[in-house]
Ligand binder design. Structure first.
Ligand SMILES: C[C@](O)(CO)[C@H](O)COP(=O)(O)OP(=O)(O)OC[C@H]1O[C@@H](n2ccc(N)nc2=O)[C@H](O)[C@@H]1O
Ligand SMILES: Nc1ncnc2c1ncn2[C@@H]1O[C@H](COP(=O)(O)OP(=O)(O)OP(=O)(O)O)[C@@H](O)[C@H]1O
Length: 288
């Protein structure tokens, strides 16, 4: 199939179905054990190749300077890997994922840019190389580059494919933004959860494991505490990443929608399906 110009690619959310902090590296980064799954919900990025050189963002993100935007940083990093003169590109971001929500929106935008421009610029970089470039921009980027649900170890870059059930989720965004770095620097954070043995073909219920950031986040953010208490009435509810979003798992879309409709007023969020192959990779496969 010929690649359309403009080309729109999905930039999905991830959930951390559980998140254990098992240690701390000498550079201060935390060693994790986590289970990543994608959602069939997220942002869209539209790439338009142009004859004028350079990388431009059509719609800047409020509060994020273009040179800090992970889309621009990913595009520039990719361009620096080749001496070739590349076509210019204009990128439009249709943002749906809340920022600072623990859904990995910025990291996902970064990965969609790396994979999208590798394709459009015909760079031929391997997934391993793209994951390595991505890791230099953020700990959550490699899982979005690789595109399969996975056990994550290290800082989340050592990935082993996993197959959690593709259930439905109610994702709630309490009315607060949480900075990942701030949570990881909290004194009271649990950092010594014993390592568990990862089961490569995991197909079970991850809710028997916890999110180690939850106690600290509940204490610092009463909005998250209240939302978790509310959603827990219907089954296990968890924080994703360092929050602020929380999620509950349901076997069917209709079961999830019933709970969604009854949520307290003032809380935003969405209902989405968990998927073990990233919608980005599905779309790129169609283009090959
Ligand atoms: C919490 C997770 O979302 C779980 O998937 C990720 O580990 C966070 O990944 P991310 O948002 O890509 O995080 P980064 O942008 O790499 O890191 C933000 C800051 O959080 C802290 N940080 C992050 C990841 C990690 N494993 N240990 C840390 O201590 C570092 O101070 C870092 O400067
Ligand atoms: N394209 C982008 N989209 C969103 N945030 C971006 C982007 N580029 C840079 N950022 C910065 O990254 C920060 C974290 O945004 P993001 O949406 O990835 O949070 P998050 O979901 O909590 O991430 P994670 O789960 O990886 O910790 C934002 O507050 C913003 O300053």
């Amino acid at each position: 199939m010929t690649t359309p110009n403009p080309l729109t690619l999905p930039s999905p959310a991830k959930l951390n179905l559980f998140l254990h902090i098992v240690g701390r590296r000498p550079d201060g980064y935390h060693e994790l054990q986590t289970l990543f799954q994608f959602l069939d919900y997220g942002d869209d990025l539209t790439f338009t190749l142009t004859t004028a050189p350079g990388v431009r963002l059509e719609n800047p993100l409020p509060g994020v300077a273009d040179e800090d935007n992970l889309i621009i940083r990913a595009a520039r990093l990719l361009a620096s890997t080749t001496p070739r003169e590349l076509p210019g590109v204009t990128i439009r971001l249709d943002k749906r994922l809340p920022m600072g929500g623990g859904l990995g929106g910025g990291s996902s935008n970064c990965a969609t840019t790396l994979l999208g421009l590798n394709h459009l610029w015909n760079l031929g970089l391997s997934i391993d190389r793209l994951a390595e470039l991505g890791l230099s921009l953020g700990a959550d980027v490699p899982v979005f580059v690789r595109g399969f649900a996975a056990w994550g170890e290290g800082v989340g870059e050592k990935l082993t494919p996993a197959h959690p059930p593709e259930d439905w989720f109610v994702v709630l965004k309490p009315a607060c933004d949480i900075n990942t770095g701030n949570i990881f620097s909290e004194q009271g954070l649990t950092r010594d959860t014993p390592r568990i043995k990862i089961a490569p073909a995991f197909e079970g219920d991850a809710s028997r494991y916890r999110n180690d950031c939850e106690d600290v986040v509940r204490k610092l953010y009463p909005e998250v505490n209240q939302s978790l208490t509310w959603l827990s009435q219907f089954g296990p509810a968890r924080l994703t990443g360092t929050g602020a979003c929380i999620f509950g798992r349901f076997p069917t879309e209709s079961a999830a929608r019933i709970i969604w409709e009854s949520k307290p007023s003032g809380i935003t969020g969405f209902v989405a399906k968990g998927v073990n192959i990233s919608p980005l990779h599905k779309k790129l496969t169609e283009l090959r």
